[in-house]
Write a new protein. Structure first.
Length: 414
């Protein structure tokens, strides 16, 4: 680790890294430098153990059996829900619905909240920097209802102008849906102010928290949003599990979006009645092991301390921004004053995909492409970017390794 890095890091990152078995492996004979945490983060042993222990000792279906295993599985599953409730500071576990991930959460809101309510001429407001998961479900809803999608612009730094956002909250706006942190640029949006402005006009809000929960403390009551969505796999938890928080009153008013077992109270051929919250939105056997793993991931993050994690990640972001900013021929895409934990960039004369391949040969894993945010790429007039995204287990020395690998790539393309 460089002297500069040591001076800025009181955090015991080596002790943390020892908890993540994958971080000690090699790739193409080189130590793995994992800088693709925005796509999916790695798992501490405690999360792997929690899932394995669940399958080894407690597995059965939940909410269905009187036998011991079913009750144990139910307790573990509902225990995980309570951990999520505390993590988000929701008022009640009735406000915590388990889904497959952020994508499914947003589709649930579009179809269950939006489809029965929206009329031709109604408006849905999103920002220019949204992930496709916070664009396409609304486009489908527009096709189904005749509503219109409105887009708040960004500036050349990748900042959403709050005044413009406020000005676009019109009499026909029914919902405003926006990310807390942009996955393509790293911009942090002023989501509490945005939610307050919408609420003052009676407009419902959804926050896409996929890139925020690993890096920022989230309190849904303080944010004042109606819906909040995130995925387990970016939070050191398993894939295939995520969370939709929704204000209880809104959830009560919404119809189920999928039908099947567990979401019903009674079924007859004359008609069916719905289960209480949150089960009304959880049709079929859920991802029990995923929920257990997510609960363990939250436990782990709370042990590290999200404030400590965020501080270390900020130090990595500042260090990477300075190093990459000095790198000849490299342009950082996304220069908002308030950013979280990732740097997107392009390098003169090297396509991002080639860059990704060369870096991989050096053991450095980054993401290249449009990051499921094609409108952002269009705005900056680039086909793709390279993106290094950091976690609290990354080190300043790994950023040095990234820069060294970029140097090799530049040499190859000279
Ligand atoms: N972004 C990335 O590399 P899912 O796939 O449902 O877990 O998450 C979708 C999603 C929604 N919103 C934001 C802001 C996101 O970043 C993502 C996932 C990954 O940036 C994969 S494309």
């Amino acid at each position: 680790m460089s002297a500069q890095a040591q001076a800025t890091t009181p955090f015991d990152v080596e002790r943390i890294r020892a908890d993540f078995p994958i971080l000690s492996r090699k790739v193409h004979g080189k130590p793995l430098v994992y800088l693709d945490n925005g796509a999916s983060s790695q798992h501490p042993q405690s999360v792997i153990d929690a899932e394995a222990d669940y399958y080894a000792r407690h597995h059965a279906n939940v909410h269905r059996g009187v036998h011991a295993l079913s009750q144990e599985a139910t307790d573990l599953f509902e225990g995980a829900r309570e951990k999520v409730r505390r993590f988000l500071n929701a008022r009640s576990t009735r406000e915590i619905v388990f889904v497959r991930g952020t994508t499914e959460a947003i589709n649930l809101v579009a179809q269950s909240w939006g489809r029965p309510r929206l009329q031709p001429g109604d408006e849905i407001l999103v920002t220019w920097l949204e992930h496709h998961a916070n664009i396409v479900p609304w486009q489908l809803l527009c096709q189904q209802t005749g509503a219109t999608l409105k887009v708040v612009p960004i500036d050349r730094r990748g900042v959403v102008d709050f005044a413009q956002f406020e000005a676009m909250l019109g009499p026909r706006t029914r919902i405003a849906a926006f990310a807390q942190v942009s996955n393509a640029l790293g911009t942090v949006l002023p989501v509490a102010r945005m939610a307050a402005a919408a609420r003052a006009r009676g407009i419902v809000t959804l926050i896409d928290g996929a890139q925020a929960v690993p890096h920022l403390r989230v309190d849904v009551q303080a944010l004042g949003c109606d819906f909040y969505a995130f995925s387990g796999h970016k939070l050191y938890g398993p894939t295939g599990i995520g969370v939709l928080y929704g204000r209880e009153q809104l959830f009560e008013e919404m119809p189920p979006w999928q039908g099947g077992g567990d979401m019903i109270l009674t079924v007859s051929f004359q008609g069916s009645t719905w289960n209480a919250l949150p089960y009304k939105f959880e049709a079929g056997t859920p991802n029990i092991a995923g929920a257990v793993g997510l609960g363990a991931a939250i436990d782990y993050l709370e042990k590290v301390g999200i404030g400590n994690a965020a501080e270390h990640e900020h130090s990595l972001l500042d260090y990477a921004t300075a190093k990459l900013g000095d790198f000849e021929g490299l342009t950082i895409i996304g220069t908002a004053p308030d950013k979280a934990s990732l740097v997107s960039f392009v390098l003169d004369g090297v396509h991002p995909h080639d860059l990704g391949t060369i870096l991989d040969m050096e053991g450095v894993a980054i993401r290249t492409g449009h990051h499921c945010a094609m409108p952002v790429m269009e705005f900056f007039d680039v086909p793709a970017t390279a993106r290094a995204s950091f976690s609290f287990y990354n080190t300043h020395a790994e950023i040095d390794a990234l820069v060294a690998a970029l140097g090799k790539a530049r040499e190859m393309f000279r």
